[in-house]
Write a protein that binds this ligand. Structure first.
Ligand SMILES: O=C(O)CCC(=O)C(=O)O
Length: 310
């Protein structure tokens, strides 16, 4: 039966024509050429059981125990349930992003940089693979969501052969906040102008203020450019892999359970990597842009959309 969910703040039925069920690509796992063709066309690969389920559940518990030990982020349930104090409000739990104690604890790295993703990307890329040291580990509380964007606006300074892996830490229903992709947004002709303008943006270099999201409204994407929104309930171990040009966002967390997930990035090891996310991260703070404190002139994506006629 179709369920009432929210993509961003927009209420949709899932599954319905507005938000379809993702189809997995597990049948292509022994066919790297087929996987490459699929991701170029659709913009993503949904893979069931990519990570070991027990390893993911172990990593989840380590993250929740860590959260619980930080007084300002107290859980009001047992760590295994993962209900966060409402007063934590909106926004991700900031201490969990980057290269730090929790993103690089053995249980978390065992999943994110383990044998399975390494072996997958080695075959998929047909080359030695590397991942960024920076990990986008997120704790998404009730009512929170991520708006529609492409990842190229945040990490476009290195290899163009770069992919995101979105790993939910635990069984995650659409009501808890899952990732949704706009199928075809990386390849369909209707998205050409968006990709040649917004898709090429370096939000830090161009001094763009705010989140860098194109919109919080999923229907703005499909009505103006086309494509098809899709998502799924995820079991611990399932992942969504997508290109730097795939438009994606998340459903809203409508539950009291914190949604834990991590985005990791993979690319060929011998190609240049975006220097902001490798090595000794945080040693030099950027001066301007999303991550900086000083601004000469400030644009938002909304200002730029007017300039681009989008
Ligand atoms: O987990 C989320 O809510 C957003 C993740 C995301 O935008 C990404 O993986 O690039």
């Amino acid at each position: 039966m179709a369920r009432k969910v929210e993509l961003g703040r927009k209420e949709f039925l899932f599954p319905s024509k507005d938000l379809l069920q993702l189809e997995d690509s597990n049948h292509l796992l022994d066919n790297p050429e087929g996987l490459r063709k699929e991701i170029q066309e659709k913009g993503y690969l949904f893979i069931r059981g990519f990570h070991d389920r027990e390893d993911v559940l172990q990593a989840r518990l380590s993250v929740l125990n860590y959260v619980n030990e930080k007084a300002e982020f107290k859980l009001i349930s047992s760590p295994s349930e993962g209900v966060l104090d409402e007063r934590c409000g909106r926004g991700c739990i900031p201490v969990m992003e980057g290269k730090n104690d929790i993103t690089h604890c053995p249980e978390v790295l065992n999943v994110l940089e383990g044998y399975r993703p390494k072996q997958f990307f080695q075959r998929f890329l047909g080359a030695e693979a590397r991942t960024f040291d920076f990990k986008w580990l997120r704790g998404i509380n009730r009512k929170q969501f991520t708006g529609a964007h492409v990842d190229n606006v945040y990490m476009g300074r290195g290899s163009k052969n770069l992919y995101t892996v979105w790993t939910p830490f635990g069984d995650t229903t659409v009501e808890m906040g899952t990732l949704a992709v706009c199928e075809g947004s990386n390849s369909l002709p209707g998205f050409r102008k968006l990709q040649a303008t917004y898709g090429e943006l370096d939000i830090e270099k161009e001094n763009v203020e705010g989140t860098g999201w194109f919109t919080e409204d999923p229907s703005e994407i499909t009505s103006k450019f086309g494509g098809q929104w899709k998502t799924s309930d995820f079991q611990a171990g399932d992942v969504l892999i997508f290109t730097m040009r795939t438009i994606h966002m998340s459903t809203s967390n409508l539950t009291d359970f914190i949604r834990i997930s991590c985005d990791t990035r993979w690319q060929p090891a011998d190609e240049e990597a975006d220097p902001r996310y490798v090595g000794n991260i945080g040693a030099v703070a950027p001066k301007y842009g999303l991550f900086g404190k000083e601004r000469e002139k400030v644009f938002t994506v909304e200002d730029l959309k007017k300039q681009w006629g989008l």
